[in-house]
Ligand binder design. Sequence first.
Ligand code: HEM
Length: 469
Amino acid sequence: MLLLLWYVMLFTTLSYLFFFFFIIKRAPSKPKLPPGSMGWPFIGETLQLYSRDPNIFFTSKQKRYGEIFKTHVLGCPSVMLAGPEAARFVLVSHADLFRPTYPKSKERMIGPSALFFHQGDYHALLRKFVQASASPDALRRLIPGIEALAESALDSWAADGRVVNTFQGMKKLSFDVGILVIFGRLDSYYYEEELKKNYSIVDKGYNSFPNNIPGTNYYKAVMARKRLSEILGEIITKRREKRMETNDLLDHLINCKGDQGEILSDKQIADNIIGILFAAQDTTASALTWILKYLHDESKLHDAIRVEHMAIYEANEEGNRWLTWAQTRSMQLTYKVILETLRMASIISFTFREAVADVEYKGYLIPKGWKVMPLFRNIHHNPEFFTDPLKFDPSRFQVSPKPNTFMPFGSGVHSCPGNELAKLEMLILVHHLVTRYRWETVGSQSGIEYGPFPVPKAGLPAKFWRLTQ
Ligand code: HEM
């Protein structure tokens, strides 16, 4: 009897062990949420993010939790990704699982038909036409126009020895370049002034608290946005009537046809024009302002850049001929300065996506509906990829960066279609600046402001002089 009991117990124990090791142990383990803290109820960690430089928040989290961590900011549970492979996973290889996401107030201000709010066929179609307006052929034709705008901006800053807010000056220049790319030359001065006036009201209210109270910046911006739609509607109607091929972005948008021959409505065209002006203006202006700061602070580099440009200037009969496409391609040191500026400043320091399904990445769960944020700046400032990352050193670009470690213009289906235009604008501005002008910054210059893009303190106040040649 005892023996039987002993057998029963042995059998039960062995069955239990078998079940535990072979059934339970072999069941695939459920992915867990990434490490990190979700902060306080409702507000999460938004205060920590905005009470100091946002990059300190990201960097301290990365040090504590590694390259993937969770948090709760701006009312959303979020997963932040600070490694190149993870950024590629979200933006390139699994882009269909993550859709672009923006606050509703911003979408309303820009216009819901703008391409960057979309995925799929509509997005791909529009992107094709925006890319066509920034193709090498199109850019080549824009050189004289951009040169004239750069010259006129620099002349106006140097005219009376006043202190110029460099960032504001660069904003005006990049807006004018945007108008040139979109409309070629606007026939009517009235339209140009109305566009500028209303756009600048929208720009002022864009980042303010959304409300419907008359008199506030946001409310004024909503009104100005309506006026912009009307003006753009009139310009589009006139252009459709003219039936002239002008090869600018408006021309491409008017003639844009989907697979079934469908064309864009005036509203879709207007939303996209405003979207492109928004995407182009502050980003390019911020990069240009940083270039001026770095060239000012690094006098040896400025002198070397000047040598590069004086050779071209002299070949062009003391600047009396327009730059050629080949000359803009030959500015090798300036090109490295631009890349290093984009790395150091990391103007778009991170982007947002939203998971459209539960996604597993390296054993971690990214739940459906959570925001996902690839942190470009953390990657650009990681010593593993860029030695001595806080040192401004254009020579590091003699060697190409490791794959997916340098993404100033993003990556994948939503990467920046204006990147070559932005770089051309920078090359041209630097050419005119160093060959014909000197500049001195005014006041104490260390520090960064975010509005929301990083800009040198107070917009880099500076005085400009025209050199006598
Ligand atoms: C230095 C200047 C610029 C920087 C640093 C920059 C950076 C970026 C980045 C990082 C993205 C991707 C955002 C994401 O993945 O969520 C982007 C998208 C975009 N950029 Fe730029 N950009 C610059 C200039 C321009 C210019 C001049 C244009 C004008 C054509 C432009 C038009 C756009 C558009 C339309 C998108 C959305 C693309 C899409 O969703 O398919 N950008 N930009």
